[in-house]
Every structure is written in C-alpha cells, then in structure tokens.
Design a protein around this ligand. Structure first.
Ligand SMILES: N[C@@H](CCC(=O)N[C@@H](CS)C(=O)NCC(=O)O)C(=O)O
Length: 196
C-alpha cells in the first residue's frame, strides 16, 4: 500500500493509526508537496487534488476517516473495529461520520470567521447546527465513554475523534474543554502517539 500525504496535513492522523495496527512496514509513505497536488499524476489518483489518500492495489481511498475505517476492516484481527454483526457497529459508524461531517464542517466554518449573527440565522440549514451543539454532542458521548466511546473496547472511532480534536485544539479552532481532557489524555498516553 502507498499513503500519499504531506507532513503539515491531516494525513498526520494516520501515522499513529499505522502503528496501532502494526502495519508500518506494509505502507510506503509518499510525501507530496501541496503545489504538486494538481499535477495530472496526482489528479488521476485523487481528483479532489488533496491529501491524504491511500492506494491499495487498484483502489484509491481518500477522505481521512474512510482510510481509518478501511484499514481497521482490512486488518480486522487487530481489533480496532466492531464486526459487521456487532450491535456497537452503528454507534461506531455514527462517530466516524460525525467527525467527518458536523465536526469537520464546524471547524471549516469557524476558520472562515463568519459573523455569529449570520451563523445563528443559518443554524437550521447548517449540518452541524452550531458550534455549541457540536461540543454538546461530543460531551454527551464522552460522558458515557467507559473508557472508550463503545465501552471497554477501543476502535478507530476513538482514535480518529481524539486525533482530530487534538489537531483542532492545536490550531486553536476548538477549545480544550475540561470534558474532553480525560478521553484525550487516555488516547495520548498510547505508545502509538508518543513519538509522532
Ligand atoms: N476531506 C478530506 C480533506 C483533505 C484536505 O483538506 N487536505 C488538505 C490538507 S489537511 C490538502 O490536501 N490541502 C492542499 C490543497 O488543497 O492544496 C479529508 O478528510 O481527508
């Protein structure tokens, strides 16, 4: 497999995942300059002109949490995804899609510095509703985490939520709320993130 990424991109969230799955030696990392992303060679692989994306044989998988889910499924024996018939599967998917949908859309929206009045006016048509609703959703999920989102078994939904929040907090897009701390510390203590 080949992972196309950039050292300053969200592709960095995939590096600890490779360690968690113990597949670093199965994935060649290809660093791509942002200025080259619109070259025909890369556009043929990912017409979005963005990184990260993973190439596995004839398949090209873009969209960061899709790569998390794909690798967790491909290496299901590593135990980072609930099986298809596991009743936790629905909540697992909910968290991955929440991260890629409302949470990421809220982050993008915030970086545009839209006025709070306009944001409030458009709340009903924004998929994330409001910044507060996104935080309330995360806080409610984390208040039930035991210690992971799905209970006592970790999944890539925990990893992606934690890595993505840390990424957003480091760029001051999301505040480091007290309610996030125990969960983020739990994930940050893992060996996979210590030297990334
Ligand atoms: N929806 C994509 C977004 C990917 C994305 O925005 N990548 C940025 C880096 S974090 C990028 O490639 N930027 C370079 C550019 O657009 O020129 C995902 O979740 O993976």
């Amino acid at each position: 497999m080949k992972l196309y990424t950039n050292a300053h991109s969200r592709g960095n969230t995939l590096l600890p995942l490779l360690k968690e799955l113990d597949i670093e030696n199965q994935v060649e990392i290809i660093q791509v300059d942002y200025k080259d992303l619109r070259n025909a060679e890369y556009l043929a692989l990912n017409p979005m002109g963005k990184v990260p994306f993973l190439v596995d044989g004839d398949s090209v998988i873009s969209e960061t949490p899709a790569i998390f889910a794909y690798l967790a499924d491909k290496f299901i024996e590593k135990g980072f995804t609930p099986a298809l018939n596991d009743p936790k599967r629905g909540e697992y998917l909910k968290w991955l899609f929440f991260c890629h949908g409302p949470l990421t859309e809220m982050m993008d929206f915030k970086s545009l510095n839209v006025s709070p009045e306009l944001a409030a006016q458009k709340k009903g048509s924004l998929s994330f509703g409001s910044e507060q609703l996104v935080y309330d959703f995360i806080k409610a999920g984390l208040s039930k985490a035991n210690p992971y989102l799905l209970g006592d078994k970790i999944s890539v939904a925990d990893l992606f939520l934690a890595y993505w929040l840390v990424f957003a907090i480091s760029f001051k897009i999301v505040p480091y709320l007290d309610e996030f701390k125990p969960f983020l510390k739990l994930i940050q203590q893992r060996d996979s993130v210590k030297d990334v």
